[in-house]
Design a protein around this ligand. Structure first.
Ligand SMILES: [Zn+2]
Length: 370
């Protein structure tokens, strides 16, 4: 793999090896050289986890018991995602950085050794599999106290380029079937590190929601000859009342049947399968709408909203002409001091009940002065 690479918009990537053999990638705008060595003692890497099939629903469950010992909400001076300064040796050896992506220290999914295959699904007789895949961490800024919405437009552009680069490279691994970059924000939803960061999960199987979306898209294509997501987007544009923001290349809306008190989908107006398909014009126009949407979300109640922001992409090898790229932001915050809990109906039955109309949350988001 190339150590150094020129990406678009003048952004460069430099790869460095960490003390335990993991890779850290620096994404920079000024062609910085990154040479700081990782001076930490070498640590043994955890074993690959198990992949078990829940045969009642044919869904894979990754078992990664070694993750129990993860560091939980450390104070700022012990943050492993801050740059290395003075005595504290962190995950990032350099004393400053723009955007970095490094291999997760306690990954749920790991690259397999030798020949690897997903076991055939044969009910309770399904073989035990190994949790193949890759988990990476992406830090948005060296500034511990910031949030996504505080980033500059040029930093969001670097972040997007890093997501694109990772999607492109991870897609080359024969065992990777699906790539999902996401960000969890807020202690309410289980974030263990407050430093602004996200994760990239590269799965060796299709996650259940992706499989479901693929099945729906296939069925729709067979009966209507059209791509389902394109028609969904057309309906949102026609209805207009759930759109919260748009520019020349992107549109953001609260979906017609949203499941969370605040749910926003951000999609390019010219649909593509995944991040690598975005044109230069799409890439240049993304930071504006991304920052607008995140500011609206925090502006609704004037508090930092807990959210999950996840990129939905077409799988690496299947359904490339059926599924479309979109960024899905969901928040369980109903009001200050009130969360929507995924309880009986949602957790046990998978049936979502909403006590707020999507048109109402769209209006609230639109009214925010950004
Ligand atoms: Zn930090």
């Amino acid at each position: 793999m190339a150590q150094s690479k020129k990406l678009s918009a003048g952004i460069t990537r430099n790869n460095r090896e960490m003390a335990d053999g993991r890779t850290i990638r620096y994404y920079d705008t000024a062609g910085q050289t990154r040479t700081a060595p990782d001076l930490r003692p070498v640590e043994t890497q955890p074993e690959i986890g198990e992949l078990r099939l829940d045969p009642l629903v044919n869904e894979w469950v990754a078992m990664a018991a070694h993750r129990q010992g993860r560091i939980f909400l450390p104070p700022k001076e012990l943050c492993p995602l801050c740059p290395t300064t003075g005595q504290l040796l962190t995950e990032v050896p350099e004393s400053d950085f723009e955007v970095v992506v490094f291999d997760n220290r306690s990954p749920s999914l790991r690259p397999p050794t030798g020949d690897w295959a997903l076991p055939d699904q044969v009910g309770p007789d399904t073989d035990l599999g190994t949790a193949a895949g890759k988990c990476e961490v992406i830090c948005f800024t060296a500034d511990h106290g910031k949030s996504f919405k505080d980033l500059t437009a040029s930093r969001v552009r670097v972040l997007l380029e890093a997501w694109i680069d990772r999607t492109e490279e991870l897609s080359l691994s024969p065992y990777i079937e699906h790539i999902a970059p996401f960000e969890n924000r807020g202690e309410e939803i289980g974030v263990t590190l407050s430093h602004p960061h996200g994760q990239i999960y590269a799965y060796s199987y299709l996650p259940p929601r992706v499989e479901k979306m693929l099945a729906a898209a296939k069925k729709y294509k067979e009966s209507n000859g059209k791509v389902l997501f394109d028609e969904v987007l057309a309906r949102e544009i026609r209805d207009n009342e759930r759109i919260i923001s748009r520019n020349d290349r992107w549109i953001a809306f609260v979906p017609y049947a949203s499941r969370y008190p605040f749910e926003i989908h951000v999609a390019p107006l010219h649909p593509v399968a995944d991040l690598t398909g975005l044109t230069d014009a799409d890439r240049e126009a993304f930071p504006e709408i991304a920052l607008d949407v995140m500011k609206r979300l925090d502006g609704v109640f004037g508090i930092e909203m807990a959210y999950i922001a996840a990129w939905h992409q077409a799988p690496v090898r299947t359904g490339r002409d059926l599924l479309r790229l979109h960024w899905q932001i969901t928040s369980v915050r109903r009001a200050p001091g009130k969360l929507k809990y995924l309880a009986g109906s949602e957790s046990a039955m998978g049936a979502f009940i909403m006590d707020m109309r999507p048109e109402q949350s769209a209006a609230q988001l639109r009214e925010v002065t950004v």
